[in-house]
Design a protein around this ligand. Sequence first.
Ligand SMILES: [Zn+2]
Length: 603
Amino acid sequence: MTRSSETSSAAMTWDLSDLFAGPDDPRITADLEQATKEAEAFANRFRGTIDVPGGPTVGHLRSVLQAFEELIERVERVDAYAHLIFTADTTKPAHRDLRQQVHLKTTAIQNLLVFFELEWQQVGDADAERLMTSADLSPYHYYLKRERQNRPHTLSEPEEKIITDLRVTGASAWQTLFTELISGLKFPIEHDGETKSLTLAGLQALIRDPDRSIRQRAHESQYVVLRQHDHVLAYVYNTLVQDKHTLDRLRHFPNAMASRHLSNDVDPAVIDTMLNAVEAHAGLAQQYFQLKAQLLGLPKLAIFDQYAPIGKEASTCDYATAQRYILDSFGAFDPRFSDMANRFFEGRWIDAEVRPGKTGGAYCMSISPRHHPYILCNYTDNLRDVMTVAHELGHGLHGLLGQKQTLLEYGSSLALAETASVFGEMLVFERLVEAEQDPAAKIALIGGKLEDIFATVFRQTILTRFEQFAFARQEKERLTPEGLGDDWIAANRRYYGDTVEMDENYRWGWSYIPHFINSPFYCYAYSFGELLVLSLYRMYQEQGEKFVPGYVELLERGGSGSPAELLSAIGVDISEPEFWAKAFVEIERLIDKMRVLVQETAA
Ligand SMILES: [Zn+2]
């Protein structure tokens, strides 16, 4: 296979020999066989020993948990390896075969182990409390607590079975219909003198086109086609909202957001505070939209101008320079950060090369507290890629620092999963802006960062508000395209005010968003994660090196507590509006920087 010699990341590949020698390493099969045997032995030995009158003893539960963890680690090591080599080269049949073989085996093993978590849920509350508060089980406290969180909302076994069976022809069927309908749509657009037919994703990429008429045509095509299906789309959404109302009632959830709050382990009041803080600061976004209109020479932005490119594309950055920028920025925060990041580069834990057959995008995989994390990315010498490497290294450092935890409390919960990564990006972003000499390129950099922040903070808050409106409306009436359009515009108005023109088409902006269909009220977690990092970053700006030890401790605690618990350990109270307000000081700082640059370049 030819290597791409065009970018500076050529030959920057990882070394997976820490795990296995290759897809045909006999230790892979041996490990899977051993894990299967151990899982059978585990089930034979421990089934029926957890859900016993009075609950198990502390010593017994601890030894079961340790055996459970060892088994999972053995399986995950193989599973991770299969995933790593497959994504590094998806074209090799041996990689695909291994992935399939591992998948079959791990599913069988998981089925042998599932009794443990079910039995633990059955233990009475008083006995569970005694076990969870014992010092000997403290490394598992949060895991044990989380495994029981759905107990008050779980119905009897036959009831649960009926719900699961009927879901196939109920909610799941509507979700599949939605996915198939949207992914099958073709959007016609005139481009370079010919009419092309694009998918929704292909069409939406044109929203970043420098040519305004192309952006406008893409916007119109999107909604002309979606509107043709609006009654089906509204019907599907109405059915799913109603289905959720019914299930929530049966499961004794007080409202439509409660199950999501429970799975995120956050206090509903905290999320209210956060959403209100976002809306209270919409004026900042509106200032940016006015600035952007000025840059584009428009009296006012239309909704399709929101992501139009501004400024000038920044210069390129080779991989060695990226490494230097990252190590410098991390090192300025804490020398340990640059040491750990340096190990990733020098120890070949990163696969950065661009080559055929490799999967796109980037990820960091932290397998267990006993393994060094691995990073995959596709480094193509532009500044976005520098930020991507910084992002994944943030995850990687989180993975290293969290190694003090047990495997069952190693990974962070959703709300904190992106903290270290986005924080790492922030550290490097500042350095990149400083290093860039051309003010127009600085504008593009800061504008890009602000638009990413807005898409995460403001837009995801709007999506959440829209869902709240729609769920409230559904309790009174059937959801129709008209009603949903009203709710959509009302939610968006809180963000855009009158600084962005929302045309008639935009009333159908709700109709294609998969999160509404597949994971209701999921979106606020994106706002939460981004704001959290901005607020923490602001604290770092205010406190300097005094901030560092608490932040390191936060990462060291991995997934061993709820977001509120872990953050309170570093003196952060997420129930306070003042904490969330810090994030907007940081956003304002970026907008001010941008304003100065716009004035400079206009002069
Ligand atoms: Zn990430």
